[in-house]
Write a protein that binds this ligand. Structure first.
Ligand code: SF4
Length: 376
C-alpha cells in the first residue's frame, strides 16, 4: 500500500507576531473555531474516498496555533482521521503548540487521543528579543508549557528557535540554544528570520527602523549554532532541522522527498495523485464550503525534476544519483550535476554517497545556489 501524509491547517492564534506572514487569524471566537472544526471534519471525510489505497503514516496539525482550539476540538479532528483513513499503528501524529496555549489537562487529552509529537514555538529565551518579535509569552511561560507536555506523556518534542532577530547577538543566540539543549527535547528547528512582504517588520524595515544582525553575524549564528547543536547530540539532517537519532520529523521529510500529502483547511496545499492544488485563504469562504480548491497544477516532468532537486538538496543527504535516475532516468541528472559540481571547488557542494550535497557553508547560501542551478 502507498503511504500518505495528512496536513491540517488550523489558522488561529492568540495574537499576531510582527514577522508572521502565515495564514493566521488572531483572537478567534469560539463559534468560528467550532464551525471551522466541523468544516475540517467534512473535508476529511470527503477526501477519504480518494485515499482508500493509501496508508496514512504521518498526520500534522499546523498553524496558526492549533492548541488555541482546545484539546476537544483537536481530538475530534484526529478521531475523524482515524475513522475515515487507514492510519499506520506507528504513525507520527504532530500538533504545533505555543506557550500559554493549553495546560496539563488539555495536553493529556491530546496524548490520549493519539497525538504523539508536539512542536513548540519558543524562538528565543531573551525577553527583549521575544518582545521585538511580538511574541506574547516569556521563557518562563515556555518552560511551564514544556513541563506540562512532558508530564502529560509526550516523549517526542520539537522546539523552534530563531536567529537573525532584532537586538540578537551571536552570544545571545548561543545562550538560547544552550538553554533549549539543557531541556533535552528530541528535535530542534532553527530558522533564520526572513522579513516577509506585508508584515509589520517589512514596514519597519522600509522606514529604516528594523535593525537586524548584519550578514557576518547572521552567518556566524548559522555556522556556530549548527556546530553547537551537533556537539550537544542533535544531528543536522536538513538546512534548519536537528534531531536526536531517530527523531527526525517524518512528516517534513516527506515534503523534502517529494512524497504525497493532502492538506486540509484554509490555505492548505496538497500534492496528490500527480497534481498540486491548494485551498482558498478566505476563512469565511472556507467555512461555508465555497471555493475549497483554488488552484490546480498538473506538474510537468521538468518541473518535477527541478522541484526534486530543490527539496532533496535541503537534506544533508543531498541527492543520490541512483534515486534520481530511478524517478526520472539517468540522463536527466546530468545537467543538474554539472551545474552543482561547479560549486565543489569553492567548498559549497561536496560528493556524498553516489551523489551531491551541500556542505554547511553551502547550506547557508543554498537559496542563491539553487536559483542558479534550477531551471524555473
Ligand atoms: S504564533 Fe506563529 S502562526 Fe501565530 S502569529 Fe505568531 S508566527 Fe504567526
Amino acid at each position: 500500500m502507498k503511504t500518505l501524509g495528512l496536513y491540517i491547517h488550523l489558522p488561529f492564534c492568540k495574537s499576531k507576531c510582527l514577522y508572521c506572514d502565515f495564514c493566521s487569524f488572531p483572537h478567534p471566537r469560539l463559534e468560528v473555531m467550532e464551525k471551522y472544526t466541523a468544516r475540517i471534519c467534512e473535508e476529511l471525510a470527503i477526501w477519504s474516498e480518494r485515499a482508500r489505497d493509501y496508508t496514512v503514516d504521518t498526520v500534522y496539525f499546523g498553524g496558526g496555533t492549533p492548541t488555541v482550539m482546545g484539546g476537544d476540538r483537536l481530538s475530534r479532528m484526529l478521531e475523524t482521521v482515524t475513522r475515515h483513513y487507514t492510519v499506520a499503528r506507528d504513525a507520527e501524529i504532530t500538533v504545533e503548540c505555543n506557550p500559554r496555549t493549553g495546560n496539563f489537562a488539555e495536553f493529556k487529552t491530546l496524548r490520549r487521543a493519539g497525538f504523539n509529537r508536539v512542536s513548540v514555538g519558543l524562538q528565543s529565551t531573551h525577553p527583549n528579543e521575544l518582545k521585538r518579535l511580538g511574541r506574547g509569552h516569556s521563557f518562563d511561560d515556555f518552560c511551564a508549557t514544556y513541563d506540562s507536555l512532558c508530564c502529560a506523556g509526550f516523549e517526542n518534542i520539537s522546539v523552534d528557535v530563531m536567529s537573525g532577530i532584532p537586538e540578537q547577538t551571536v552570544e545571545s543566540y548561543m545562550q538560547t540554544l544552550a538553554r533549549v539543549c539543557d531541556l533535552s527535547p528530541q528535535h530542534i528547528s532553527a530558522y533564520g528570520l526572513i522579513v516577509e512582504e506585508g508584515t509589520p517588520f517589512a514596514i519597519l524595515e522600509s522606514r529604516g527602523q528594523l535593525i537586524l544582525p548584519d550578514e557576518e553575524e547572521a552567518r556566524q549564528m548559522y555556522m556556530d549554532g549548527a556546530a553547537y547543536l551537533e556537539n550537544r547530540g542533535f544531528g543536522q539532517y536538513e538546512i534548519s532541522n536537528f534531531a536526536k537519532a531517530g527523531y527526525e520529523s517524518r512528516h517534513n521529510v516527506k515534503y523534502w522527498n517529494c512524497e504525497e500529502y493532502i492538506g486540509f483547511g484554509v490555505a492548505a496545499y496538497s500534492d496528490f495523485c500527480g497534481a498540486r492544488f491548494g485551498n482558498s485563504r478566505d476563512l469565511d469562504a472556507y467555512i461555508k464550503g465555497e471555493s475549497i480548491e483554488c488552484e490546480r497544477d498538473a506538474i510537468s516532468e521538468a518541473e518535477r525534476q527541478n522541484e526534486y532537486v530543490m527539496l532533496r538538496m535541503r537534506l544533508c543527504e543531498g541527492i543520490s544519483q541512483t534515486a534520481f535516475a530511478k524517478r526520472f532516468g539517468a540522463a536527466a541528472f546530468m545537467p543538474f550535476e554539472k551545474k552543482l559540481a561547479t560549486y565543489e571547488s569553492s567548498g559549497l557542494v561536496c560528493r556524498r554517497g553516489d551523489g551531491l550535497a551541500f556542505t554547511r557553508e553551502g547550506m547557508y547560501v543554498s537559496n542563491a545556489i539553487l536559483s542558479d542551478v534550477l531551471d524555473f
